[in-house]
Design a protein around this ligand. Structure first.
Ligand SMILES: [Fe+2]
Length: 376
């Protein structure tokens, strides 16, 4: 049933008329909001950053994990579980050797994000060379394997019992951010035909309900000679993303949505110029994650709103506390020392609480929540 929000527009005390711009001098803004950045929201003006805590107790806290410290495993089904809930499952896979068996995920669509390395991907639909910065969407049930060129580090993002789709691009039209024509797809090329003829016996390891079953074929089942349809594996590289920006207004992370699923979204932060209007804020505003658990995987570059974060790290900002730029980043914004951001990062915003798996805890930076504290 559709509904109307119970709230009404109000201005109380000292506030700017335009959200995220023309803040009262020496003040910061904290956004409280429903439905991510789409629902009713309030921009609250504070005289000091709302992250100036001096003590923190209890299980809720912002967390950071250095995935680069985790070891390799032979197949995606042996990869380290990182975070999960009923709708999304994140795994981290360092693949050093070519897969000798096929994988098939019967639990949901799989999104591969290639953090490092190069490989040849062979799947039902054909052959695709993959490299750092690639997102590859594999529809649920796709059989696939990779032949490693340079050791590959992959973030696997499973849309459990669901699929991936593109966001509604609304006012800016379907060719913005990336043109759907930029989506590459696997081909039934010479490399594919050559591999189809390889091997006397192939095993397919199928994941269903987080359990693995193995089916053996006396031939290579990646042997299609043709196909026709609207369902296929697709690839887009983060360097082909042309971000939305406004020189006068800091756009919320939702402007960078790349894929949507049923109860989570995937956004991509790529380099873009800073806002040039003197009244526009230039770093993410402080905000509560009132309806989402927010995950960011840091892929490459210099993470302008975070101190002490390097490529290969992943942070979890669960619902229930306020976060925003780290103190040094806030200082850099005030100095305007850089004309543009230089970061590539993948954000996963999940509607329901995420559980942290033991492998992630084994590489946790346990003092991350203190990184906002201003040193006296
Ligand atoms: Fe956030």
């Amino acid at each position: 049933m559709s509904h109307k929000w119970i709230y009404r527009p109000v201005v109380e005390g000292l506030a700017s008329r335009q959200a995220h711009a023309d803040l009262p001098a020496g003040h910061v803004e904290r956004e409280l909001g429903k439905e991510g950045f789409f629902g009713p929201s309030t921009q609250m003006i504070h005289p000091r950053p709302p992250t100036g805590w001096t003590n923190w107790e209890g299980p809720l806290r912002p967390r950071a994990f250095d995935l680069a410290k985790l070891g390799a495993s032979p197949s995606p089904w042996d990869a380290a579980a990182i975070l999960h809930n009923a709708d999304v499952r994140l795994r981290w896979w360092i693949c050093e050797r070519s897969m000798t068996e096929l994988a098939r995920n019967a639990d949901g669509d799989e999104l591969l994000f290639v953090h490092a390395g190069t490989a040849e991907l062979f799947c039902d639909y054909g052959h695709l060379t993959i490299a750092a910065g690639d997102y590859v969407v594999l529809p649920r049930g796709t059989m696939w394997r990779i032949e490693v060129g340079a050791p590959v580090a992959l973030l696997l993002i499973e849309a459990t019992n669901a699929h991936y789709a593109l966001p509604d691009k609304g006012l800016v039209g379907e060719h913005a951010i990336f043109d759907p024509a930029m989506l590459d797809y696997p081909r039934l090329d010479g490399a594919f035909r050559a591999q189809a003829a390889q091997g006397a016996e192939w095993k397919v390891r199928i994941k269903r309900r987080q359990q693995i079953s193995t089916v053996t074929y006396p031939y290579n089942p990646l042997d299609a000679v043709g196909w026709h349809g609207t369902l296929l594996a697709v690839r887009i590289n983060v360097r082909d993303i042309r971000p939305l920006m406004s020189h006068r207004y800091h756009l919320p992370p939702s402007a960078h949505t790349t894929f949507v699923s049923q109860r989570f979204v995937v956004c991509t932060f790529v380099p873009r110029p800073f806002e040039s209007d003197p009244g526009a804020i230039k770093v993410p505003f402080f905000h509560n994650n009132d309806d989402f658990d927010e995950v960011i995987f840091y892929h490459a570059g210099d993470f302008f709103s975070r101190d002490n974060i390097h490529p290969g790290m992943l942070t979890l900002h669960p619902c229930g506390f306020t976060h925003g730029p780290h103190p040094k980043a806030l200082g850099k914004m005030l100095q305007q020392s850089k004309p543009a951001t230089d970061e590539y990062a993948v954000m996963i915003d999940a509607r329901d609480a995420l559980d942290v798996a033991p492998a992630a805890e084994s590489v946790e930076w346990s003092d991350y929540h203190r990184s906002w504290q201003v040193q006296p």
